[in-house]
Design a protein around this ligand. Structure first.
Ligand SMILES: Nc1ncnc2c1ncn2[C@@H]1O[C@H](COP(=O)(O)OP(=O)(O)OP(=O)(O)O)[C@@H](O)[C@H]1O
Ligand SMILES: [Mg+2]
Length: 557
């Protein structure tokens, strides 16, 4: 029987189906947007979100970070991820919303350089865990001077609301295995531990958790971290999932710097980057009573003179009520803001890694012959200050160095000190590396592609707001200002590499010629002996002198 044709919808029938979508329902369907598209990537993303949070919390609280990461295989394709830190801890009342409510956090509404910015990272990991195993997130937290709490929280996706399944006061201090393999563990009176069980796959390689943590240690030399993966084959018995055998050793990343990076300051938006809609909202929300004071208080870099000038240019009264301007004259104000010359944004909101640290990091992680690093002066995109850094290591190809002369160079990408391991092709960083003409600097390069050679290029973007291409924070968006800064930094590294390669080529050429001449010294001496009637002793002295001359000039190299 032929299928009955579907009755067309009417506005009324459609209206009956239209309803609100909660943010959790949306991301449950679109978990790939949050970096949970495959079991392998899910493991990395969960660890990344927890470690990013731990580092942010420690740095904000002025605590030298100590982090422990443990991954235990509990069943086929199932892992329990536990990340413990010695951060300030989390106030009990906040735990449910932090871990079981999407878009809840302390970083979104401020302009300050941090690893997290969206308020979705750790709750997304909890949501994924819940989706694939049905298990609640297990959180322990201790604030100094208070009792520790253990909570199990669950996310109600319909309303994007947390529910608490267990809430207990416990006797707990965060304890960390000694990083140097000594027996004595390190104990703190404050910290947080996140425990998530999830469907995942553990794989080694370029995009693995191991690689992420290794790169993390390179760009965070103040971090002390211990890490282990306990696979089922390493566990003695069926109870092992609860009590992993201590025989699996911890990999330790010891800190090489005993101080925290300079704490980045929080800033207000710069007027040159603010869009019209945002300006209107700011005028509506401001606590200031007059337009002049709103401009001065809510933006950075507007002096009282500049405020007067902006108002004058827009034909507005500086004493006008901001809410009134928001409704009627915001466009004139917006234009005047763009036309008025203002100081560039302040840059103490940024905390770059620094040339010395960057080069030291490369030396620690890569066996090469030549190293260089460049930190660019701060620049601005859409009013947001940012700063880029580039490092380059060049060496011999070989198994011992891990470098290859036939393959494209390896590019390590970082944003606010977080390694970016996925979506390289979509990232502004990769675009910048490909846009530099590396042939000028002695490397081969297919057109608009990555250069080929035994080298590693490290790139870092530090900003109060990193414009990622998606919520999973894997690739930097293609803002021309950002690509330009990366290109400048790379060109400087390239020039230095070019000078090094040229000098090395010249030295090799001279050496080749010298070795060649050296072979002829005895023949030359013999010829001279015959022509000049020299005796054996004089001939010997002649050989000695000629060799000496060559050696001498070799020392001058
Ligand atoms: N280990 C921790 N110690 C202290 N506070 C934490 C910890 N983990 C998370 N928080 C708090 O919980 C908030 C939410 O974390 P979440 O990872 O969801 O978002 P975020 O870090 O602000 O941004 P992003 O989505 O980019 O990661 C953080 O802003 C922070 O205030
Ligand atoms: Mg986070």
């Amino acid at each position: 029987m032929p299928a009955r044709p579907l009755a067309p919808e009417t506005a009324e029938s459609m209206a009956r189906k239209q309803r609100e979508i909660s943010v959790s329902e949306f991301f449950l369907k679109n978990r790939h947007l949050l970096g949970f598209d495959s079991p392998r990537k899910a493991l990395l993303t969960a660890v990344k979100e927890a470690v990013d949070n731990s580092l942010d919390a420690c740095e904000e609280a002025g605590i030298l970070p100590e982090i422990n990461v443990e991954i235990v295989e509990t069943d086929e394709r199932r892992f329990r991820v536990s990340v413990t830190d010695n951060g300030p801890g989390i106030v009990k009342a906040q735990i449910p919303r932090i871990f079981a409510k999407l878009l809840y956090g302390s970083k979104f509404h401020r302009l300050r350089m941090a690893r997290g910015q969206q308020g979705i990272g750790i709750s997304a990991a909890c949501l994924y865990s819940q989706l694939t195993t049905g298990k609640a997130a297990r959180i322990r937290s201790k604030v100094r001077g208070r009792k520790a709490h253990a909570l199990e929280v669950h996310l109600d996706t319909r309303g994007n609301k947390p529910s608490v399944l267990r809430d207990e006061v416990i006797d707990w201090d965060p304890v960390f295995p000694a990083p140097d393999g000594a027996r004595k563990a390190r104990r703190f009176t404050h910290g947080t531990r996140v425990g998530l069980e999830m469907e995942a796959a553990y794989v080694r390689g370029r995009q693995s958790v191991d690689e992420f943590l290794r790169q993390c240690a390179v760009v965070n030399p103040h971090l002390q971290m211990t890490y282990r993966v306990v696979l089922r084959k390493d566990q003695p018995g069926p109870d092992a999932a609860e009590q992993p055998t201590p025989d699996v050793p911890w990999t330790a990343f010891r800190r090489s710097v005993n101080g925290l990076p300079a704490p980045p300051r929080e800033i207000k938006p710069h007027p040159h980057g603010v869009e019209l809609g945002v300006l209107i909202q700011m005028l509506k929300d401001t606590r200031a009573r007059t337009l002049r004071s709103a401009l001065q208080q809510d933006f950075s870099r507007i002096s009282s003179r500049a405020a007067e000038e902006i108002c004058g240019r827009a034909g507005l009264d500086p004493r006008a009520r901001p809410t009134r301007i928001a409704h009627r004259e915001s466009e004139a104000l917006y234009r005047a803001l763009g036309e008025t010359k203002l100081m560039r944004p302040a840059t103490d909101c940024l905390s770059p890694i620094g040339e010395e640290e960057l080069e030291a990091g490369l030396r620690k992680g890569i066996r090469a012959d030549f190293y260089t690093a460049v930190t660019r002066p701060p620049a601005v995109y859409r009013g947001n200050p940012f700063q880029v850094e580039a490092g380059l290591a060049y060496g011999r190809s070989g198994e011992d160095t891990g470098l290859s002369a036939e393959d494209p160079v390896r590019v390590l990408r970082f944003a606010n000190r977080v390694p970016l391991l996925h979506m390289a092709g979509a990232c502004a960083v990769t675009r910048a590396v490909g846009s530099v003409n590396w042939r000028n600097y002695g490397l081969t390069q297919p057109r608009h592609a990555l250069p080929v050679g035994p080298a590693v290029i490290l790139l870092h973007m530090a900003s109060v707001w990193v414009p990622f291409t998606s919520e999973s924070k894997e690739a930097v968006a293609h803002y021309p200002e950002i690509i330009r800064e990366f290109t400048f930094a790379l060109q400087e590294c390239g020039r230095r590499l070019g000078t090094y390669l040229l000098r090395r080529k010249r030295a090799a050429e001279t050496e080749r010629k010298r070795t060649y001449i050296e072979q002829y010294i005895p023949h030359l001496a013999l010829g001279l002996k015959e022509i000049l009637n020299l005796n054996e002793r004089e001939e010997g002295r002649l050989v000695e002198r000629l060799t000496g001359m060559l050696e001498h000039s070799r020392l001058d190299l």
